[in-house]
Write a protein that binds this ligand. Structure first.
Ligand code: PEP
Ligand code: MG
Length: 590
């Protein structure tokens, strides 16, 4: 795989999902590039021709519209530049070449169109004539417009990539990451993003190596370039050398050996050497993740991010559809519990089916419980479905983004209404099911004593707690250095929540990414946490750290860090303890 003719370039980003991968780049730079090269069968050619012709008609219509609008606004002279674009759409030789190419190359129309228009444009660029050289830009513009129109009725998507590749993009939406074909996407790298963006969380759940925050990687690589990514340390190498491949191959081998050596812990309890037990459960995004949860040795599901049910389909899932999914989860996870978090839309997760306003600060806007309380029918549909599943197993309801007691009371009133409705229809449910809240907004952490009497548990959403407490957008890579889970303010909010929970006799878990960070595990245990909930692939490593630790060491650490003044010092303190009890784990971390 060595490419001696190319210059090796090494970039540093933020490793967000461990593992090393090497392969050719599949580049997604702009919206219209989001198509996938796909082989087609003989009987698909006619359909691809039809898609192409429809896209041409739509493109022509759009160009005429623009021409009219521009003509009316700034005069016919300016509008005439679109004549050149229309000439491209009507260029029979170009159109026929694409149609011929479909039968010869047996590739989807997007791929063939791109090849043909690239060739035309390059030929024009070589001509010593300014006028003709400008036509190259027209061809590219029109080609992009046709591709965009084709994608409206796309027959191919990221879910059906043909060959294994490393996906490189400016950014990737969580819903796109959720549909990646794991067999074909060996790993991905993006210009934007941060470790707690939902895209990064999804990469970890899928167990696909990933790097974010690479700034300009999507303009530095070309489609097909060989690249190597190390998702542990955030290293991205364009045209890796033979030495790189050997060196990183060894790193990956060591990681895999460590991982498989952890399989032996599957049925062991998550317990410290001196017998302090915690509940170690798993976060899931999609119902299918239950298989990996069951194989991981987790004790139940501590967070089901149900919004992905809504993001992965074109309509809102109705009560029966949701009930079937939750019932299946409850049955499969029994006798363990499943914490089903109600819809957390907004922030970086949006629906195409529900019109949501464009917001300047979506993470601080119409998100999660705020959206649900404003859309009681959508919310109640989900609550009834969860209640129905409570008759089949140990399910718990959790409200996200609570910022005041008032919201808890309102949500509970709607839950009571749902119980009455089910009772009236004679549909069974568990009237005593646990109802808890995520503590992820500082105001909730500071008023945990007011909320505690009304709920059965707390789960600390440290991903948002850090973003809201430190005023650091969790998906903005420019300020990722300020995103510090060990900031003294965060440690105090966590401690307060756990202490208040215990004073009121309720358990407190952590389901944010902090719980999956081996460095943070001893600290959270020392602060008294009852449950850690992490993505299934992270379960073995977290369990390993717990089992090598003495509770007394964790307590000492917690005492010590409360006296420290900065995130850095606290982090170092955590690192020192993990270095003492599990030194080989440190090597894996950035
Ligand atoms: C959190 O905020 O920590 C959390 C677990 O929820 P999400 O990452 O889905 O916002
Ligand atoms: Mg959250």
């Amino acid at each position: 795989m060595e490419e001696t003719s190319h210059k090796r370039v090494e970039l540093q980003g933020i490793g967000v999902s461990p593992g090393v991968a090497t392969g050719p780049v599949f580049l997604m730079t702009t919206e219209e590039d989001r198509f996938v090269e796909r082989a087609i069968a003989d009987d698909e050619v006619a359909r691809e021709i039809a898609r192409f012709e429809e896209a041409l008609i739509e493109t022509r219509r759009q160009l005429h519209d623009i021409q009219r609008q521009v003509g009316a606004a700034i005069g016919q002279q300016s509008a005439s530049i679109f004549d050149a674009h229309l000439l491209v759409v009507d260029d029979r030789s170009l159109v026929e070449e694409v149609i011929r190419g479909l039968s010869v190359q047996k590739k989807n129309v997007e791929t063939v169109l791109r090849l043909v228009t690239d060739r035309y444009a390059q030929a024009l660029l070589r001509v010593e004539d300014d006028y003709l050289r400008e036509r190259a830009a027209d061809i590219r513009d029109v080609s992009r417009r046709i591709l965009r129109n084709l994608s409206g009725a796309a027959s191919s998507s990221l879910a059906n990539l043909d060959t294994p590749c490393i996906l490189v993009a400016n950014d990737l939406a969580p819903s796109e990451a959720a549909t990646l074909n794991k067999q074909k996407v060996l790993g991905f790298a993006t210009d934007l993003g941060s470790p707690t963006s939902h895209t990064a969380i999804m990469a970890r759940a899928l167990n696909v190596p990933a790097i974010v925050g690479l700034h300009d990687v999507s303009v530095r690589v070309s489609r097909g370039d060989t690249v190597l990514i190390d998702g542990n340390k955030g290293v991205f190498i364009i045209h890796p050398t033979r030495e790189d491949l050997e060196r990183y191959g060894k790193v990956e081998e060591a990681r895999k050996t460590l991982q498989s050596s952890l399989d032996r812990l599957r049925d062991e309890p998550a317990e410290t050497i001196d017998g302090y037990h915690i509940v170690l459960s798993a976060n899931i995004e999609l119902p299918g993740d239950v298989d990996t949860v069951l194989a991981s040795g987790a004790s139940g599901v501590g967070l089901f991010r149900t919004e992905y049910l809504y993001l992965s389909q074109k309509h809102l899932p109705n009560e029966d559809e949701q009930a079937a999914i939750y019932e299946d989860l409850a049955r499969r996870i029994a006798p363990e519990h499943a914490v089903i978090r109600t819809l957390d839309l907004g922030g970086d997760k949006f629906l195409s089916t529900v019109k949501m306003p464009q917001e300047m600060n979506p993470f601080m806007g119409w998100r999660a419980i705020r959206f649900c309380l404003a859309q009681p029918e959508i919310f109640k549909t989900q609550l009834r479905a969860i209640l129905r599943a409570s008759a089949r197993g140990n399910v718990k309801i959790m409200y996200p983004m609570i910022s005041s007691l008032d919201e808890v009371l309102k949500a509970n009133l709607l839950l009571d209404e749902c119980m009455d409705e089910l009772r009236a229809k004679g549909i069974p449910f568990d009237p005593d099911l646990d109802v808890g809240v995520m503590i992820e907004v500082p105001s909730a952490a500071l008023t945990a004593h007011l909320i505690a009497p009304h709920v059965d548990f707390f789960s600390l959403g440290t991903n948002d707690l850090v973003q809201y407490t430190l005023a650091v957008d969790r998906v903005n890579e420019r300020i990722a250095y300020l995103y510090q889970p060990t900031h003294p303010a965060i440690i105090r909010l966590i401690k307060n929540t756990i202490d208040v929970g215990h004073q009121h006799g309720i358990w407190t878990g952590v389901c944010g990414e902090m719980a999956a960070n081996p460095l943070m595990v001893p600290l959270l245990i020392g602060l008294g946490v009852d449950e850690l909930s992490v993505s299934a692939p992270a379960i073995p490593l977290v369990k390993d750290v717990v089992r090598r630790l003495r509770f007394s060491q964790a307590e000492e650490l917690a005492q010590l860090v409360l006296e420290r003044e900065s995130a850095f010092e606290i982090n170092e303190q955590c690192r020192a303890l993990v270095g003492q009890v599990a030194p080989e784990i440190l090597d894996l971390l950035a």
